[in-house]
Design a binder for this molecule. Structure first.
Ligand SMILES: Nc1nc2c(ncn2[C@@H]2O[C@H](COP(=O)(O)OP(=O)(O)OP(=O)(O)O)[C@@H](O)[C@H]2O)c(=O)[nH]1
Ligand SMILES: [Zn+2]
Length: 216
């Protein structure tokens, strides 16, 4: 595994554009656990009671998992699974479960992605499309950026004739708190190449993903 997402060659198409981070800041695991302990105290809890004693450790572990996409790169997850193939028919992987975290509240974004591309001499292993969604999902996100990152990753890896991505998701920050709208779904799309230029191609994609959004 590449520990640092930007560790591939500076001119590599696989290089990720990460937001500025404090990755070099000396924040230890103990610091992070102490911060969670402080949160618990602020919430009026007793962090030393039995049920909460290991909670700082668990929360840090969970948050690290939910943001593990920062510590992955496209070449890690691709494992070379890009193949030469003489086809120019649309490939669609739909209903890819997606779990992300909203960057404003660090609360879950739950939904699914539909990802299509029209090859241009190269195809990608199908599971890798879901892995790309996972990599970008396991970061602090806004849905619009998540959608665009998935599209741009495929565009960069395959130089296909076009890419289309639709993400439909429910934001727990709009469901469990704040405006409290449990039935709301946010739909975002990113289209590139033929899907942007040709409305019939875009319509074919939209017809193929038509269904009632419902989180299972
Ligand atoms: N565009 C976009 N907005 C998001 C996303 N996730 C959360 N938000 C919104 O980010 C906004 C943050 O607004 P603020 O007013 O700063 O935060 P807040 O007081 O918690 O807002 P409320 O959620 O309205 O209570 C809210 O409107 C959220 O709904 C996302 O993926 N995309
Ligand atoms: Zn939010």
């Amino acid at each position: 595994m590449t520990l640092f997402p930007n560790s591939c060659a500076p001119d590599s198409p696989l290089r990720l554009s990460l937001p500025p981070t404090t990755a070099d800041a000396p924040v230890t695991e103990a610091d992070m656990q102490a911060a969670v302990r402080t949160l618990l105290l602020g919430l009026g809890e007793d962090p030393d009671r039995e049920g909460l004693r290991d909670t700082p450790k668990r929360v840090v572990k969970a948050l690290k998992f939910l943001t593990s996409g920062y510590r992955l790169s496209l070449d890690d997850l691709l494992n070379g699974a890009v193949f030469t193939e003489d086809t120019d028919e649309m490939v669609l992987v739909r209903d890819i479960d997606l779990f992300s975290s909203c960057e404003h509240h660090i609360l879950p974004i739950l939904g699914r992605a539909h990802v299509a591309y029209i090859p241009n001499g190269k195809v990608i292993g199908l599971s890798k499309i879901a892995r790309i969604c996972e990599m970008y999902g396991r970061r602090l996100q806004v849905q619009e950026r998540l959608t665009a990152q998935i599209a741009d990753a495929l565009q960069g890896l395959l130089q296909p004739q076009g890419v289309a991505v639709v993400v439909e998701a429910s934001h727990m920050c709009m469901v469990m708190r704040g405006v409290q709208k449990p039935g709301s779904w946010t739909v975002t799309s990113a289209v590139r190449g033929a899907f942007a230029k040709d409305s019939r191609t875009r319509q074919e994609f939209m017809d193929l993903i038509q269904h009632r959004p419902e989180f299972r």
